[in-house]
Ligand binder design. Structure first.
Ligand code: ARG
Length: 442
């Protein structure tokens, strides 16, 4: 029973939140005349001492005392005697843990949103440098049209911006204080829930005492937002793995973010990227774990809910670490512009530009232009040439009205620069996106 019941190994991480909540609760009890001023000051001093014992590693944890709430109360009793017992007036461990956990998740959301913004800043620096660096844009992982590396990175800036937004939305919704719900029904003491809510930085107290102790959707929402962010991180991580692989060779990572092989001396493995790619599984797993704990639970509190913390802590630890590692890799990576530009020119990546030229200059319907371009691609393939290197005679065999002017648009650099529609890949558009995000993040 002791082993299955104890949660101290996990919820000791809630000590700062637990102490903050208790201090605010004690102050309110005294202001409302529920406990005396003397008892309150004893409680405050005791709680401060416990806080320093914990930060200095002098506090002793014992499984027999079950959880962090019991630990603090037991130590407070040792320190100040029976007055310690007055702290728990008009409070239950049910609203206490709901408060502590909410405070923790709120901080975790803030931390993750700040981590996402730091990553966005790192991406912006690289995107600005590489606003005109050509690379192949892919669909189906096949070269589709030339894009710029800056544009590719800015796609992630958009994704991480929405991720941070989801965490901020979740934070806004969770920012109601459950303290004072007591066990589940509220309390007969004349407490001031608005005061404790305000003192702890909440917008207001929760409106229903049963909901307050029974709900963990604030954590689910944060985990869901975190899982989506981790999914985006894993996509970028996967691209880094591809880009550093010899088959692509688009970028290099320094020894700071790679490891050698114990047997193959030539290897530089992108372990950090691979681990970020994998950690998305933890985030999604944590969401699944908690949603399954909550599913079908009758109101209000059930000890099942004690399982909410380990999984949430683990998830946000993984997210924090992934964000730090990704920010490090983005700053560390070096572009091989020549290799990328060569790849951007291969795979008939400017075929669409040829079709567009036939539409614009010869006035052909796009479908027909598409068909003629296909024939030009077939001729180039047969000769082992790129479209750009195909002799004029070969192009004119497809349509005699084609002139040397076509060759300009077959240049990948021209192709990328021409995609200057709003949100397009042209270096000018990329620089505009970068400036807009710099202003948003300032
Ligand atoms: N350790 C418990 C938890 O994490 C605290 C709440 C205990 N409440 C109770 N009624 N047993 O959920």
């Amino acid at each position: 029973m002791r082993q299955i019941n104890a949660s101290i190994d996990v919820d000791r991480r809630l000590a700062p939140q637990d102490l903050a909540g208790s201090k605010v609760h004690a102050a309110m009890l005294a202001r409302q005349g529920i406990i005396s001023k003397e008892d309150e000051s004893g409680i405050q001093q005791g709680l401060d001492q416990i806080a320093s014992e914990i930060t200095e590693g002098r506090f002793s944890f014992d499984e027999a005392l079950e959880d962090i709430h019991m630990h603090v109360e037991a130590r407070l009793t040792e320190l100040i005697g029976p007055a310690a017992g007055r702290l728990h007036t008009a409070r239950s461990r049910n609203d206490q843990v709901a408060l502590d956990f909410r405070l923790w998740v709120r901080e975790a959301c803030d931390r993750a949103a700040a981590g996402l913004e730091a990553l966005q800043r790192a991406l912006l620096i690289r995107a600005e440098e590489a606003a005109d660096a050509l690379m192949p844009g892919y669909t189906h992982l096949q070269s589709a049209q030339p894009v710029t590396f800056g544009h590719h990175l800015m796609a992630y800036v958009e994704m991480f911006g929405r991720d941070a937004g989801r965490l901020r939305d979740a934070r806004r919704r969770m920012n109601e204080c459950p303290l004072g719900a007591a066990a589940l029904a509220g309390t007969s003491f004349p407490i001031d829930r608005h005061a404790t809510a305000a003192a702890l930085g909440f917008d207001r107290p929760t409106a229903n005492s049963m909901d307050s102790v029974a709900s963990r959707d604030f954590a689910l929402e944060a985990l869901a937002a975190g899982a989506i962010a981790a999914t985006h991180l894993s996509r970028l991580a996967e691209e880094i793995v591809l880009w550093v692989s010899p088959g692509f060779g688009f970028i290099t990572l320094s020894d700071a973010f790679t490891t050698g092989s114990s047997i193959m001396p030539q290897k530089r493995n992108p372990d950090a990227a691979e681990l970020v790619r994998a950690k998305a599984g933890r985030l999604l797993g944590s969401f699944a774990q908690l949603v399954l704990v909550m599913k079908g639970l009758p109101l209000t509190y059930g000890k099942d809910m004690q399982e909410d913390k380990a999984t949430t802590f683990e998830a946000f630890d993984a997210l924090d670490l992934s964000l730090a590692a990704m920010t490090g890799m983005v700053t560390d990576l070096r572009l091989r512009r020549d290799v990328m530009a060569m790849a951007a020119a291969s795979g008939f990546s400017t075929a669409t530009d040829m079709a567009d030229w036939l539409v614009r200059v010869l006035g052909l319907p796009f479908r027909e232009a598409h068909h003629l371009t296909g024939r030009a691609v077939a001729r180039a393939e047969a000769h082992g040439l790129t479209l750009q290197d195909l002799p004029l005679a070969e192009l004119q065999a497809v349509d005699p009205r084609i002139t040397e002017d076509l060759r300009t648009v077959l240049d990948p650099r021209h192709s990328a620069a021409s995609r200057s529609s709003y949100g397009g890949t042209s270096p000018a558009q990329v620089r505009r996106q970068v400036e807009a995000w710099k202003a948003r993040l300032a």
